[in-house]
Design a protein around this ligand. Structure first.
Ligand code: DUC
Ligand code: ZN
Ligand code: ZN
Length: 484
């Protein structure tokens, strides 16, 4: 067999194991994996390197308006370039519905934005207005096009669907093999805290941490899971920031809920004390759920190592530290009016590798699972996330020994800061490929605008997840009733 490219002499790492070997690429796909492979128009020496599936970033906000109308600093060009420098071959940003907007229009809008991407992309929808038409007509059409996941919110007045709204949309998702992602924080607890803090004149950035209590996440995660269990629908809890929330996820998975979850590097690397930096610096660290205490960090790492989370995602939500982003509502805006989110798409995998693999908290195989393979499985990316013949040649070749200091300029995004500034991280994605084409090599961009392709995704694969049946839906326990 002839190959376009052979990557030789590296250690190939998959979610299941690692071995020394060569990898042959033909027409954008992995054509062969063997101990040694001859030929290849291009031969890449991967001696001393780890050859892994390129990252799949499953949580990023790119060219997206927030519910209050603030546009992210990164579009599909800058966001995808930053992702590529961070070891990602593909990503699944959000396509957000504004209230009153049809899902068809949302997809059309993001299709026009996505064409600039240098890596392959798909979308998760964000649904804020689940009208009857959305539920019965527009969402099923989106699912049929391969957009098989969407996020809903239990917080923010403009987004919160309420429990009944959640049940309605969870049932639609279940029926069509789609997966519901949820931002789980109790809206009334947050609003009540906001009111108390404002009443006491406490509006500096640091009070953001207090305004969104850990209990608000714990309560809402538990409620979201019970709602999903009632209709036996798959549920993905995004950005888990608390030990209590992670513990509920672990317990409910064990009980058979069709449950998936992620946490993010910011909850491992940063703390609420970062919100208390000099002047308005703390605004850089405003994200929701908020950063927690240092005690939470090792507990979340433990959950990562034990398999509570499918993925560690960036939740890249870039707003510049100026009047276009964080301070759209004024340089001294009270914390509820400071744009909510932080960048991290380039730092996600270097952080996870360095603090996870290098420090011995997770294995290289777990790194592959958490960075790529599990996201592919959970979100139906059938040709991505694995190194095996026939799969897309989405590959990242890592040098596991080089140490770099994180600086904003190396993130290659459209931001003016990185919350990870100054951290020393060991492990660098030296070469990143998307469908066999090198997009980043040794710190240089090789990709062209628009070379990324949209990919549709398969319905959710729930094999091996028998699920949970609420007794009220079980004819053996509900007087023989079949509920439709
Ligand atoms: N949720 C996110 O996932 N990102 C930014 C802000 C938010 O509420
Ligand atoms: Zn969220
Ligand atoms: Zn997010």
């Amino acid at each position: 067999m002839t190959f376009d490219t052979v990557i030789h002499g590296g250690t190939i790492v998959t979610a299941d194991g690692q071995f020394k070997g060569d990898l042959g690429i033909k027409d954008g796909r992995i054509a062969a994996v063997a101990e040694t492979l001859d030929g290849g128009e291009e031969r890449i020496d991967a001696g001393g390197r780890l050859v892994m599936p390129g990252g799949i970033e499953a949580h990023a906000h790119i060219a997206q308006e927030s519910s209050s109308g603030v546009m992210t600093a990164d579009d599909y060009l800058s966001g995808s370039i930053s992702a590529a420098f961070g070891g990602n071959s593909s990503f699944i940003p959000f396509a957000a519905q504004q209230r009153g907007q049809s899902v068809d229009d949302v997809i059309k809008t993001y299709d026009a934005r996505g064409v600039r991407s240098v890596i392959d992309y798909s979308y998760h929808l964000i649904i804020s207005d689940p009208t009857e038409k959305v539920l019965t007509d527009e969402l099923p059409r989106a699912f049929a096009r391969g957009i098989t996941s969407f996020k809903v919110f239990m917080t923010y007045d403009l987004m919160n669907l309420g429990d009944g709204g959640m049940l309605d949309i969870l049932e639609v998702a279940r029926h069509h093999g789609a997966i519901t992602m949820v931002h789980a924080e109790n809206n009334d607890m947050v609003k009540w805290m906001n009111k108390r803090l404002a009443g006491n004149g406490l509006t500096a950035p640091k009070y953001h941490a207090i305004s969104r209590p850990q209990l608000a996440e714990e309560e809402a995660i538990n409620r979201a899971i019970q709602l999903a269990k009632l209709v036996d629908a798959p549920l993905f809890i995004v950005h888990v920031s608390t030990e209590a929330g992670a513990e509920i996820v672990r317990r409910e998975k064990f009980k058979g809920a069709k449950l998936f979850a992620e946490t993010c590097p910011q909850y491992l690397a940063l703390t609420r004390d970062d919100l208390d930096r000099e002047g308005m610096e703390g605004a850089k660290y405003i994200c929701s759920p908020p950063l927690r205490g240092a005690d939470t960090q090792e507990l979340l790492w433990h959950h990562i190592a034990q398999g509570t989370f499918e993925s560690v995602s960036s939740d890249h939500a870039p707003y510049r530290f100026d009047e276009t982003g964080k301070f759209l509502n004024g340089a001294n805006a009270p914390y509820p009016k400071i744009s909510n989110g932080m960048p991290g798409i380039a730092a996600r995998l270097p952080y996870l590798f360095s603090e996870g693999v290098v420090k011995g908290r997770i294995t290289p195989e777990q790194f592959v699972a958490l960075s790529s393979t599990n996201a592919a499985k959970t979100f139906g990316c059938t040709t991505k996330g694995r190194i095996a013949p026939g799969m897309d040649a989405d590959i990242a070749i890592w040098n596991p020994e080089v140490t770099r200091t994180v600086v904003a300029a190396d993130q290659h995004d459209n931001m003016d800061y990185t919350p990870f500034e100054g951290m020393e991280l060991t492990g660098v994605p030296e070469v990143v490929m998307n469908r066999g084409r090198t997009i980043v090599a040794h710190g240089a961009l090789k990709a062209e605008e628009g070379q990324g392709r949209f990919f549709g995704r398969a319905p959710v694969d729930l094999r091996g997840k028998p699920g949970y049946q609420a007794p009220e839906f079980d004819p053996a326990q509900n007087f023989g009733t079949v509920l439709r």
